[in-house]
Ligand binder design. Structure first.
Ligand code: NIG
Ligand code: FE
Length: 424
């Protein structure tokens, strides 16, 4: 008989069920919560979600039953923007930034992304996978079951392939799902600083075809920014990627208004990410091409800036916002979607319900996975999390703690909280 699992006695099952498309406007608040709900899982898929008596009536003798103890069940978070494979840390730079040196000043003297590139080039694949497994655990224990994963700390053909192979290995060897993105255009490597057009050619003529041939990425991303890739260079790289059949994502208008949002719209990108400096014209362009903005409040917070992306204007314009962590060793060293939801609520006035939609179903659609993950509906993959609270709004409200009690990926237990002090 097929293996089955029932989760019963949930204070809320936050299904995020709804129309089979990214949610916009008032829909962002509609979480389709089932009070006193239950879930039935069979063969890694959700078979039934509903009120406890309905689901309990379907339970057979072979079914494993988990009593959620009046906790909340949510879909696993889908983190649609991460840089999860790199060597070393930048804790030293963090100390300097705490004393007032800026992220851009550190980058200008060859630190920042370049210091992670040096460390990553020197690291064998096995070392990157070992570090990546540590971070995979961090994602899981914060309730994330899928991450979009960018390369971008190699910046040579072989080193970019090494990063994408590490991502593939992490997908195979951990319960976390990885959706790979090629970000060879994360920075101009130092050896090409005086001949940047040669690096753009290398990206287009050698790196992209190899990445595609080896099926190592689903999307291509470019860091479009002053002193990094111009709008014209970004257009060339992304057009080539599109011709290879890759989906497009962009680091756009992060540190300055560079025209990134308009370019994302022109090219029909799936997402434009960051957008701290986007203007109303950029927002209108995103709307005209149905580009999803991916907002990354963790990086604004960690850079000590107060310039958050204009989420309310985006929601009012009808954009299907996504919230993600931007986990990386420089601008956003956090794997925690609950932390991103908390900062978004406090600084961007994104409500807990809107934030949960943005970090589940909308994020899944931005990765072309909206039919499989991101909500708890019959037929979908059983990626779900039992959070140790009674109401979903406590997840961003109590910030800086790990809420998950149990995390399931494809119906299998992927994380379980260790024994803790009895509370009675
Ligand atoms: O999304 N903006 C470019 N890339 C990352 C930062 C990467 C790093 O600092 O290592 C970002 O913020
Ligand atoms: Fe990023």
């Amino acid at each position: 008989m097929a293996k089955s699992l029932a989760i019963v006695n949930c204070s809320q099952v936050v299904t995020v069920a709804g129309p089979a498309r990214p949610r916009v406007g008032a829909e962002l608040c509609e979480l389709s919560v089932i009070k006193d709900g239950a879930l039935l899982i069979r063969n890694q898929k959700i078979e039934q979600v509903g009120k406890r008596p309905v689901v309990e009536g379907l339970i057979d003798d072979a079914c494993e039953i988990v009593d959620a103890g009046q906790r909340v069940v949510l879909p696993g978070f889908v983190d649609a923007h991460t840089h999860p494979v790199f060597a070393g840390t930048r804790a030293g730079e963090f100390e300097e930034r705490s004393q007032g040196t800026t992220y851009q000043e550190i980058a200008a003297r060859g630190g920042g992304i370049q210091s992670t590139v040096r460390a990553t080039r020197g690291a064998p694949l096995g070392q990157l996978v070992t570090a990546g497994k540590r971070y995979a655990n961090w994602f899981l224990r914060n309730g994330t079951t899928t991450v979009e994963a960018k390369s971008g700390y190699g910046l040579t053909l072989e080193d970019e392939l090494k990063l994408l192979r590490a991502i593939k290995q992490l997908d195979q060897e951990t319960p976390l799902r990885y959706v790979p993105t090629f970000l060879g255009a994360h920075d101009i490597p130092p050896e090409y600083k005086s001949q940047r057009e040669h690096y753009v050619s290398l990206l287009i003529e050698e790196m992209l075809p190899r990445v595609v041939e080896e099926k190592l990425a689903e999307s291509c991303d470019v860091f479009c920014e002053k002193r990094v890739f111009t709008v014209d260079e970004s257009r060339k790289i992304l057009s080539a990627a599109r011709a290879h059949g890759l989906r497009l994502r962009m680091h756009a208008d992060q540190l300055s208004l560079s025209g990134g949002a308009e370019l994302a719209a022109e090219l029909g990108a799936a997402t434009a990410d960051h957008l701290e400096h986007v203007d109303l014209k950029g927002i209108a362009a995103l709307k005209s091409a149905n580009v999803q903005p991916v907002l990354l409040p963790g990086s604004v917070y960690a850079l000590g800036s107060n310039r958050y992306p204009p989420a309310r204007e985006m929601i009012d314009a009808g954009l299907a916002i996504v919230l993600a962590t931007d986990f990386n060793p420089g601008s956003s060293p956090t794997p925690s979607i609950p932390m991103a939801l908390s900062i978004a609520a406090t600084h961007m006035k994104v409500s807990p319900a809107e934030g949960i939609t943005a970090a589940t179903i909308n994020a899944a659609y931005s990765l072309g996975r909206g039919g499989e993950i991101g909500s708890l509906e019959p037929g979908k993959t059983a990626d779900f999390v039992i959070h140790d609270c009674e109401d979903y709004s406590e997840i961003p409200y109590f910030f800086g703690i790990e809420h998950p009690w149990r995390v399931y990926a494809g119906g299998e237990l992927a994380f379980e909280r260790e024994r803790e002090l009895a509370t009675d």
